[in-house]
Design a protein around this ligand. Structure first.
Ligand code: GLY
Length: 284
């Protein structure tokens, strides 16, 4: 199996995001009932997030319009998995989310990526269940993602090993983990998160370093390697998760960027959910 040259792990040039429709507040899927989403506050948080990608980090951001008939559409990560020049358009596990793929497909084609569609009606896959480490993929088998979806991902990205991991107690695999750097897995301290980590360690030939944070949702962070900035980590704020932020602050030589995500978190949307990151080679 080939692997990515790890010095290029996290490089990205483009991000695809999608605006928040008002219907998200009452219509987005959620694991548990709870506080209402404040639309104005959610929009503000999302705009700050997009501003970090565009203005602080200098990515080319493609902003897709929100669609009122698709309340979960800002969670673009679930509808596409991009690795290198290939983009897999998923078949989201929730029927109400299937049409979200249409705008994403157009955007990825416009970027001249090799777009592969998951058309098998027995397959489901949400990108939130896909963790790419640079060396291999882990795919969470959850309420949204099944074995057939994982098989199609493995067929699409043949250069990498793909292991499946049962997910319980969380919506997605990445609801409690993510990559916080090359070879570094951020993981929550909850029982479900620790069980997931143990399974990933058992499945893998690689030895990853781990960054354990007290709060599972804080373990969903976004690592990027940006030429003018070096190691960059977008993570949740001190106001939201003070103890987890203390752990991130121990990372040396990182540009740490706190980003609030309280409103979208109410409907199980975390930091990685809101963008598809792409590293595009310049076209000749
Ligand atoms: N609200 C995010 C999801 O359920 O897919």
């Amino acid at each position: 199996m080939a692997g990515l040259n790890m010095s290029s792990f996290g490089e990205c040039t483009h991000a695809i995001v999608r605006s928040i429709p008002e219907s998200l507040c009452k219509g987005a899927l959620r694991m548990e009932e709870g506080d209402d989403v404040d639309f104005a506050a959610a929009k503000r948080e999302h705009e700050l997030y997009v501003g970090v990608l565009k203005n602080t980090l200098g990515l080319q951001v493609i902003s897709l319009p929100g669609e009122e008939s698709l309340p979960d559409c800002p969670f673009v990560e679930d509808v596409a998995v991009v690795c290198g020049e290939t983009a897999l358009i998923t078949r989201p596990g929730a029927g109400s989310r299937r049409k979200e793929v249409e705008e994403m497909k157009k955007a990825l084609r416009a970027l001249h990526l090799n777009v592969v569609e998951m058309t098998d009606e027995n397959a489901t896959l949400d990108g939130g269940d896909v963790l790419f480490t640079g060396k291999e993929f882990f795919v969470g088998l959850s309420k949204r993602t099944n074995q057939r979806g994982a098989e199609i991902l493995a067929d699409t990205f043949k250069d990498y090993a793909v292991s499946t991991v049962p997910v319980e107690g969380h919506l997605h695999l990445k609801s409690c983990c993510s990559m916080a750097g090359p070879n570094l897995i951020a993981i929550g301290s909850g029982d479900a998160a620790q069980k997931i980590l143990k399974t990933m360690q058992q499945m893998s030939d690689h030895r990853y370093d781990k960054l354990t944070v007290p709060d599972d949702h804080a373990a969903n962070c976004i690592y990027m390697n940006i030429p003018s900035k070096g190691h960059v980590l977008l993570h949740r704020t001190t106001e939201e998760f003070p103890e987890s932020v203390k752990v991130f602050e121990k990372l040396k030589d990182y540009l740490l960027i706190p980003v609030s995500g309280t409103e979208l978190d109410k409907v199980d949307g975390l930091l990685t959910c809101c963008s598809v990151l792409i590293n595009k080679k310049p076209e000749l």
